[in-house]
Design a binder for this molecule. Structure first.
Ligand SMILES: Nc1ncnc2c1ncn2[C@@H]1O[C@H](COP(=O)(O)OP(=O)(O)OP(=O)(O)O)[C@@H](O)[C@H]1O
Ligand SMILES: [Mg+2]
Length: 455
């Protein structure tokens, strides 16, 4: 039977938590201070250490240092409402999970049920990491450069916990791949992994996409609809382009993250959500906060465990490794044996890869089709530099950011003539571009409508 040490200075909390843990099949000892906890630990190493953060004689996390072997005890920390920083610190020090007060019974139950597995999972990941490191990959992520080794460490550490992760990095660096990997290496792997691109759903629909709606809750809602949160139950929700989420919805998302419950549009009864949230953005989240695109409170809540994906140009020999990998795949598919000329490899290193791994993958595909046997340097990647002749856009100080982005989007589109190219140049996804254009159309429609009424 697994043993749990419970540390809390609130006698009531000690009592109910202890009853709860016993009902889950643990033997339990209780301590009301760090000192008392240390005495217990010297007698019997617990399999689970469930501790309050604030104790009369110090912080619960300090107990991590008293564990004989870090790997065989799972540390779960209970933090007060506003202590995201301490939760981050706890995870950094090796806590495997944390709960926010008031402790939600369903969450605690979920944690206790999987806690005995976390140790195994961590050991498995550790082995996997060492093994894969030799091969220059981690799950489906390829690369053996130093920044990637650091990334694998972070992914391996955070995957088995339920921490929220904020993935940042330029377009095409593998944020979605990393999110999928975190899911695959967690105990949620058998439940769904659902990606939602917040920039691709119209602002009017995103709330009902996320939380679902009841029949008749708005025009067009002709039947009940389960949202992403419900469908991802037990699994992971990947909120891509989080800065594109409308502000009102960011408030609601924050509430869900803090309370673990949500309500369908058109209802008031809360539904509990056992969903791990991973979010990503290819903008700097700090500047998104200062531009008013990302709410600061949500940013702090998401940023419990930040991971930044290194750009390809800083990944040294990974460029060649990835290029050869993508070429191998194509050679296998087409039963061919095409090769890169040495000069082409050199050109790959010289290129700056603004579109990162996605650009490299597309490049290899294109070059593969165009080449006979050898991919010669005439097929080396070319820079699509911003032409000096591109027209200038002038804006008067005092113009709103929304207006500026609209004018820039329209001007870029007119210049490129292709939505794909315009999106690349603007550094946004094609879906986001479509979404914006649809919104502008709507706005114009409304204006015309008003004018017609006025006339
Ligand atoms: N390290 C890697 N190893 C192998 N494939 C990779 C790696 N990184 C990215 N890829 C591949 O590159 C493509 C782009 O990756 P992904 O969609 O995860 O990027 P992203 O950071 O989410 O981009 P965006 O910001 O544009 O959404 C995918 O096909 C992915 O499988
Ligand atoms: Mg992506």
């Amino acid at each position: 039977m697994a043993h749990l040490l419970l540390v809390d200075d609130d006698p009531e909390a000690l009592e109910w938590l202890s009853e709860f843990a016993k009902a889950e099949g643990f033997t339990v000892s209780q301590a009301d201070s760090l000192r008392a906890a240390r005495i217990h630990m010297s007698r019997l190493q617990p399999d689970v250490l469930l501790t309050d953060l604030q104790l009369p004689d110090g912080k619960g996390v300090e107990l991590v240092n008293d564990l004989e072997t870090r790997d065989s005890t799972e540390v779960v920390l209970i933090t007060g409402h506003a202590s995201v920083e301490s939760a981050v610190e706890a995870l950094r020090l090796g806590a495997s999970d944390y709960l926010v007060k008031p402790v939600d019974m369903e969450r605690l139950k979920a944690i206790l049920r999987r806690v005995p597995r976390t140790g195994e999972l961590r050991a498995e990941i550790g082995e996997l990491r060492d093994e894969l490191r030799r091969l220059g990959r981690f799950g489906h992520i390829l690369g053996s450069s130093a920044p990637m080794q650091k990334l694998y460490d972070q992914l391996g550490r955070v995957a088995p916990t339920s921490a929220t992760v904020l993935l940042t990095g330029e377009s095409g660096t593998g944020k979605e791949l990393a999110a999928q990997t975190i899911h695959d290496m967690s105990r949620r792997k058998k439940s769904p992994f659902l990606p939602l691109n917040c920039g691709a759903v119209s602002p009017q629909l995103i709330e009902s996409e996320l939380f679902g709606h009841e029949k008749g809750s708005f025009t067009g809602a002709d039947r009940q609809h389960k949202g992403y949160f419900e469908r991802a139950h037990g699994g992971t929700l990947f909120l891509d382009e989080i800065t594109e989420m409308p502000q009102e919805l960011q408030v609601k998302l924050l509430r869900v993250l803090e309370s673990g419950t949500f309500t369908r549009v058109g209802t008031t009864s809360p539904i509990s959500a056992d969903v791990r949230v991973l979010a990503a953005t290819n903008r700097s989240p700090e500047s998104a906060v200062s531009d008013g695109k990302l709410r600061e409170d949500l940013y702090h809540r998401l940023n419990v465990f930040p991971i930044s994906m290194p750009p390809l140009r800083e990944r040294g020999t990974d460029i060649e490794l990835l290029a050869e990998h993508f070429l191998d795949l194509l050679n296998k598919q087409e039963s061919s044996a095409k090769k890169f000329a040495p000069a082409t490899i050199a050109a790959l290193y010289a290129h700056s890869w603004p579109g990162n791994v996605r650009e490299l993958k597309n490049y290899v595909q294109r070059a593969f089709i165009l080449a006979d046997d050898i991919i010669d340097s005439n097929l080396a990647p070319t820079v699509v530099a911003q032409p000096d002749s591109a027209p200038l856009l002038s804006v008067r100080v005092g113009t709103t950011l929304d207006e500026v982005s609209r004018r820039l989007i329209e001007a870029t589109l007119a210049e490129c003539g292709s939505k794909r190219k315009a999106a690349d140049m603007l550094g946004i996804s094609l879906k986001t571009l479509y979404n914006r254009l649809a919104a502008y159309k709507n706005e114009d429609g409304e204006e015309e409508e008003q004018e017609r009424h006025a006339a």
